[in-house]
Design a protein around this ligand. Structure first.
Ligand code: HAM
Length: 418
């Protein structure tokens, strides 16, 4: 047996229904808020993420599935969707075709991380992005969209955390304040943090090393270093969230692990999914479109990990499927049973049959295992009289129904039982 690659997973029948529920709910919610779906290739030029996600991020430094293809091009499996959506937005001049470009994407992402519960090498995201709207009302709307998605999925026990990381005008002063506040403590931090202090001090907040946490908790807060326009923007976002009655807390540690963020950042943390508890993360990225060669347009969005949503969701009431089972008594009834099976399916009903012509007892066992609502039994006698024996699998009750009425009868009976 050749097993699946570490950190990747098959999504099996029985689990896939939860995935379908996430995807269907997300589509409904996104479309209500005016988003259109866009699908991009899974492979992109490595440069797109080096420039977009950022050279100093863990993703670009350690986690990309990058390779040289047979034509000598540097290619990577996408580690996130935002740079791809920015590329597509620019490449197809989408702002000329859409009043407000609001896009969503669903699909697999790839990061070479250490696998554990909730953290995989191939994982899946629901991603939304809005381009060209600077008003803080859109920040609050995007956060509200994230919140509504959780509510519609039935995910409770969640925490919304927000922050503002400022803009290129005010961030350098904050980065400087961080380094200054670290002072001699810098030498006691982990190797990664010492490197971060040199290259991008805000990244220090991403550190998970327990021994470093006391020092990091005492560092200055970005919200205290915002320039006037970033401060006004963040105050407005908070005011709208209050207006909508969405509970949140401000965390100065929320700088997010990607380089493009400006101003608003946010995450939703779930209480019941283990250590990898960030089920959704996002923020504003006002310089990214320009940086990737497009017009000077602002942007904001988020991505949720589908695996983590599925873990956080309550169990489903799995009454959605209502299969029928066609049973043939004796070889002579087989052709009629096959025709009935096909007819039920043509009528939009889920129907099964036992193909190996076993005893009626073993056919009923199979019907039970499939959780069939009714068994539709055909024997020589039924065929001669032009009827089908309908057995209610729950009560055991049997009735004979004219062959011509069987699809309608099954549908009506099942509707009554719902
Ligand atoms: P991110 O925080 O890197 O942001 O990922 C978003 C979500 O993807 C995480 O909250 C988590 O649920 C899920 N995720 C990330 N890595 C893994 C993994 N290895 N295994 C399982 N799930 C994972 C972004 O990707 C940004 N592009 C979000 C964004 C969109 N910002 C603005 N627009």
């Amino acid at each position: 047996m050749i097993p699946a690659i570490r950190g990747t997973h098959d999504i099996l029948p029985g689990d896939v229904e939860r995935w379908q529920r996430v995807e269907a709910t997300a589509r409904r919610v996104f479309e209500r808020y005016g988003y259109a779906e866009l699908r991009t290739p899974i492979i992109e030029r490595e440069e797109l993420f080096a420039k977009g996600t950022g050279e100093t991020t863990d993703i670009v430094q350690k986690e990309m599935y990058a390779f040289t293809d047979k034509g000598g091009e540097r290619i990577t499996l996408r580690p996130e969707a935002t740079p791809s959506l920015v590329r597509a937005f620019v490449e197809h001049s989408l702002e000329q075709h859409m009043a407000v470009p609001k896009l969503y994407l669903m699909g697999p992402m790839f990061r070479y991380e250490r696998p554990q519960k909730g953290r995989y090498r191939q994982f899946h995201q629901l991603d939304v992005e809005v381009f060209g709207v600077a008003d803080p009302a859109i920040d609050a709307e995007v956060i509200d969209l994230a919140w509504t998605l959780m509510t519609d999925l039935g995910i409770r026990d969640i925490d919304l955390v927000v922050n503002s990381v400022g803009c290129p005008a005010c961030r350098p002063a904050f980065a400087e304040a961080l380094v200054k506040a670290l002072g001699d403590d810098r030498a006691v931090l982990c190797q990664d943090c010492q490197r971060r202090a040199e290259t991008n001090p805000l990244r220090i907040f991403d550190c998970k090393v327990p021994a470093d946490q006391a020092v990091i908790d005492a560092l200055p807060h970005s919200v205290d270093y915002l320039c006037e326009s970033c401060r006004t923007h963040f105050q407005a976002v908070e005011r709208y969230l209050g207006l909508y009655g969405i509970p949140y807390r401000v965390s100065h540690r929320l700088v997010r692990g990607l380089d493009y963020y400006t101003r608003t950042t946010f995450e939703i943390l779930a209480g019941n999914v283990g250590a990898q508890n960030a089920i959704l993360g996002g923020g504003r990225y006002d310089g990214l479109v320009k940086q990737l060669g497009g017009p000077d347009r602002v942007g904001i969005g988020f991505a949720a990990g589908i695996e983590r949503l599925v873990l956080a969701m309550p169990p489903a009431d799995d009454a959605a499927r209502r299969p029928l089972f066609v049973a043939a008594m004796g070889e002579a009834a087989r052709d009629s049973a096959l025709v009935l099976l096909r007819e039920l399916r043509q009528n939009g009903l889920e129907a099964h049959m036992e193909y190996e012509g076993r005893s009626i007892k073993s056919q009923m066992k199979r019907a039970d295992r499939l959780r069939a609502v009714f068994a539709l039994i055909l024997g020589e006698d039924e065929i001669a009289q032009g009827v089908v024996t309908v057995k209610d699998m729950k009560t055991g009750e049997q009735v004979r129904v004219p062959r011509a009425d069987i699809a309608e009868f099954s549908r009506a009976r099942m509707a009554r039982q719902e």
